[in-house]
Every structure is written in structure tokens, then in C-alpha cells.
Design a protein around this ligand. Structure first.
Ligand code: FAD
Length: 462
């Protein structure tokens, strides 16, 4: 295999690149990323990034809209200069004839400030010896000519492909008024943070899932008046089951947010557009803010006044660009248990991958799948399966929630240590006389022990 192209320059893509080199692939490695940034960490975006008092995170090379690093990255041949994630020509680096791109130089990052979101560093960038095509979308896979097509008209002829295009935040239908946010990317987080630093606000969070709950918690910590709207009877019901979902509902209430469950959203109210003359139109008391959200209307008729709305209603896998290929797709790229897709020499990892029927949208899966996927890619067949147990964590209202394992719908829950009333406990999910999953709240040690036991049992059973 001479060339491998990783599509998606984020968590799973970076781990795939690392694995390719670690497993001995010494050919040409191309990494295509739609965002203009080197891989950065998303979990802090709903947590510390929103609540941090200083803007150190926002100033660093990965972010700072308007500093040049947020502009679509130029290719090396465009002669971009200075610190930042775009491909920058390095001294003596050779331009690639197919893409016209130059291997990224570690020198380009030497002056970049340390960034708490950064997933990589100049030394690793140098070691990976990859061509980073950032700010570039892959638009198709030509399976006959074995090429990845790019939105700037170029193509990368490749022997192997790692699909790591992740997912995009789902939006409410229709145009999105100002003040309405989703939270998936660094740009999203900057926009939300900017709105939240304009003084006390009425924030409505639509969706009580992990992103919604964490964002609500961060907004409360910032002193905003927060209401969470969840269509299901309890937040996180499908993920955690009724007992633990009830606990999470209490976290909102005890944490200081209002929680409205069992009701959907009928629509958003916005300010009337400003009069063409620039004069204040009736019903628009603040010229210049026309089209700004003013309230959320619920399906039961209630209207919640809002200055800021955060839409946290899930994410859709980024597979649209693969239409037209014979790749099997259905809520993610369909893979076998080893991340191998229906096309030869194409594997998928992370949030975009449906591995063995399950699409796991968690940080740990995106870091564990690449080792197996790359092994199978280099072997040109499935020689290993992903066996890791699903694991995720979430930080809400000062509580760290950790979950591991599989939760059958009819599992029962037993508190094994601590107590929900004390805010710290370990809950075990049991099914057919066996522990199949565990959830801990501020109970890290017992949780890690249980995680090890579950993992050991799974390994023995395999
Ligand atoms: P992504 O991180 O989505 O990256 C995919 C990349 O591919 C993106 O940069 C995208 O722009 C790019 N791309 C898409 N289409 C194309 C294309 N056509 N061409 C080129 N590039 C493309 N998980 C936890 O376990 N715990 C947490 O506490 C937690 N908190 C989170 C908080 C937030 C705000 C978010 C958004 C996620 C959180 N997660 C958490 C989930 C975790 O971050 C994801 O599971 C992880 O980022 C998935 O990595 P990925 O590389 O598969 O996808």
C-alpha cells in the first residue's frame, strides 16, 4: 500500500494516522479535514471552554476566528505563513505532484502557543510526516480510479481510505435566527461563548442529552437563567434507563436549571425585521438585532422568553459526500466488527462508523477503533474485531458521570456503593444474573475497578 488517505482531521482521524505509522505504514499519508484546524478536543467545548474566565483557550492557534486561522486553510502552494493549522511549506519540503501540496513542516508550529484543546503537537506533526489538507472537504470517493475527490477540484489517488468524518449537530428545521446555537465545532463554541458573555441571559436549551445537559450546566455556572426542554419524560432515558435518568433530572433541578420534560418545541419567536429605512419597526425595540430569537414556543402552547437558545438534539453522521459510491450507508457507514466497510481498502472509525450495528458517539470509541481498523486495512481483510466495551463520561453541575458496558432495556439497577442522595455512588445494571454495565457519579475508583472486571470478563468470554 503506497498511499493512505484519512478523511476527517479530528479525533478518530488523528488516532488512525498515529496507528498507521505505529503499525509500520511508511508510505504517503494524506489527511483531509473540512475544518481549518489541526485536530482539537471537542469535550471541553461544552464544559471548560464555555466557563473559563480567561480566553486563553480561545486565543490559541486552533481557534481565534478572525486571526487568520479560522479562514479556510490555504494549500501549501498558496504560500500561507505563520503559526496555525493550515498546511505551511517547510524548509526544503517537496511538493506532492498529485495534490500540489507540501508536507506540513514542524517549523510552522514552533511558535504556536500551547492550546488546551490541542490533540497533537509540533513533534508529532513532524513524526507523522503527513500531508495535511485542512479547510478542504472531500466530496466523493471514486472507487474505480481509487481516488478521493476534493472540493477544490483536486483528487488524491489512494490505495487505502480511512473514513473519519464524524457527525454534525442536528438543527431545527427552517432558518436559524441570531442567538440560536448548535454546539459541535470550535466555531460553534466561540459563537455561543460570545453570546453568553454579554451579561445575564435567559437561555433555553432544547434537548436534555449529554451536550444539552453539559451546556445547561455551564450556563448555570455562568450565572444565566437556564431552562432545559426535553421531549421525553426524562432526560437521557434511552442512554441510562429510568432510574438513572431520574437522577440526572434531579441534577438539573438541584443545579439550578429549570427542566421541562414531555414537551417538544413548536417553533421559535424572533424579532420583527428592521424597517428598511433603518427606523425602528413596530415590535422591534432594538434596531440592528432584527431576526434575533426572542422566545421558544413549546408544543403544549407555553412560550419561554429567550435571549440565547442552544439546540442539542443529536448529531447526524457526515456521510452525504459518500452518496454515489456503492458504500453501504445507513445512519453511519456500515462496517463489520472490525471497522471494515463494504468497499475493499476502506475502513471507517469514530462517530461516522456503524461498527457491528452500533454507532458509538463517544470519545473513547473514536480513540479505540482506529487501532483495529488500521490493522485490518493494512491486512486487506478483517483479522481483528473491536472488542472494547462502550465507555463515556459527562460532567454536569459539578458531578462526573461515567458509564461503561451494555444496558439491555430490561436491566435492573442496583446501587453497589454510596448513595444518590449523597451525590456519589456506583450503580450496576444487571441482566440475567450478570452485571452488564455500570454507572458512577463522583465515584471514580470503584467505577474503574468495575470497568476492569467487565473488560476482563469480556476478554475471557471472547
Ligand atoms: P469529529 O470529532 O466529528 O470529527 C470529524 C471531522 O471530520 C470534523 O473535523 C469534520 O469537519 C470533518 N469532516 C466532515 N466531513 C468531511 C469531509 N467531507 N471532508 C473532510 N473532512 C470532513 N464524548 C465523551 O465520551 N465524553 C464527553 O464528555 C464528550 N463531550 C463532548 C462535547 C461536545 C461539545 C461534543 C461535540 C462532543 C463530545 N463528545 C464527548 C463526543 C466526542 O467528542 C466525539 O465522539 C468525537 O469527537 C468523535 O470524533 P470523530 O473524529 O469521529 O468525529
Amino acid at each position: 500500500m503506497n498511499t493512505v488517505t484519512v478523511v476527517g482531521a479530528s479525533l478518530a482521524g488523528l488516532y488512525a494516522a498515529r496507528e498507521l505509522r505505529a503499525q509500520g505504514f511508511d508510505g504517503r499519508l494524506v489527511i483531509v479535514g473540512a475544518e481549518p484546524h489541526l485536530p482539537y478536543d471537542r469535550p471541553p467545548l461544552s464544559k471548560s471552554f464555555l466557563t473559563a474566565a480567561d480566553t486563553a483557550t480561545a486565543r490559541a492557534a486552533y481557534s481565534a476566528p478572525g486571526t487568520g486561522t479560522d479562514a479556510p486553510a490555504t494549500s501549501a502552494t498558496d504560500g500561507a505563513t505563520g503559526p496555525g493549522p493550515g498546511p505551511v511549506p517547510g524548509a526544503g519540503a517537496k511538493s506532492d505532484p498529485t495534490t500540489g501540496n507540501t508536507p506540513t513542516s514542524p517549523a510552522a508550529y514552533e511558535s504556536a502557543p500551547t492550546d488546551p484543546l490541542a490533540l497533537t503537537d509540533p513533534e508529532e506533526i513532524a513524526d507523522l510526516a503527513a500531508e495535511w489538507l485542512l479547510g478542504v472537504h472531500a466530496t466523493g470517493l471514486d472507487q474505480h480510479s481509487r481516488a478521493v475527490l476534493l472540493d477544490d477540484g483536486r483528487t488524491v489517488v489512494t490505495d487505502g481510505v480511512v473514513l473519519a468524518t464524524g457527525a454534525s449537530a442536528r438543527r431545527l428545521p427552517g432558518p436559524q435566527p441570531a442567538g440560536v446555537h448548535t454546539l459541535r465545532t470550535l466555531a460553534d463554541a466561540h459563537a455561543l461563548r460570545a453570546d453568553l458573555t454579554r451579561g445575564p441571559r435567559r437561555v433555553v436549551v432544547i434537548g436534555g442529552g449529554f451536550i444539552g445537559a453539559e451546556t445547561a450546566s455551564s450556563c448555570v455556572a455562568l450565572g444565566h437563567d437556564v431552562t432545559v426542554v426535553e421531549a421525553a419524560p426524562l432526560p437521557l432515558l434511552p442512554q441510562l434507563g429510568p432510574d438513572m435518568a431520574l437522577f440526572c433530572a434531579d441534577l438539573h433541578r438541584k443545579g439550578g436549571a429549570h427542566l421541562l420534560t414531555g414537551t417538544g418545541v413548536a417553533g421559535l419567536h424572533r424579532m420583527a425585521p428592521a424597517a428598511p429605512s433603518g427606523a425602528t419597526a413596530p415590535g422591534n425595540p432594538r434596531p440592528g438585532t432584527s431576526g434575533h430569537v426572542t422566545a421558544v414556543e413549546l408544543s403544549d402552547g407555553r412560550v419561554l422568553p429567550a435571549d440565547v437558545v442552544v439546540v442539542g438534539i443529536g448529531a447526524t453522521p457526515n456521510t452525504g459526500w459518500l452518496s454515489g459510491t456503492s458504500l453501504a450507508v445507513g445512519d453511519g457507514v456500515l462496517c463489520d466488527d472490525g471497522c471494515v466497510t463494504s468497499l475493499p481498502q476502506v475502513v471507517a472509525v469514530g462517530d461516522v462508523a456503524r461498527v457491528g450495528g452500533v454507532r458509538s458517539e463517544h470519545w473513547t470509541s473514536a480513540t479505540e477503533q482506529p487501532r483495529v481498523a488500521v490493522r485490518n486495512l493494512l491486512a486487506a481483510r478483517t483479522v481483528e474485531f473491536v472488542t472494547a466495551l462502550p465507555y463515556f463520561w459527562s460532567d454536569q453541575y459539578g458531578s462526573r458521570i461515567q458509564f461503561v458496558g451494555h444496558r439491555p432495556a430490561d436491566a435492573t439497577v442496583r446501587i453497589a456503593e454510596g448513595s444518590p442522595d449523597d451525590g456519589g455512588f456506583l450503580a450496576l445494571y444487571e441482566h440475567a444474573g450478570r452485571v452488564t454495565a455500570a454507572l458512577a457519579v463522583n465515584c471514580a475508583r470503584p467505577f474503574m475497578r468495575t470497568r476492569r472486571e467487565l473488560r476482563a470478563r469480556q476478554t475471557t468470554a471472547a
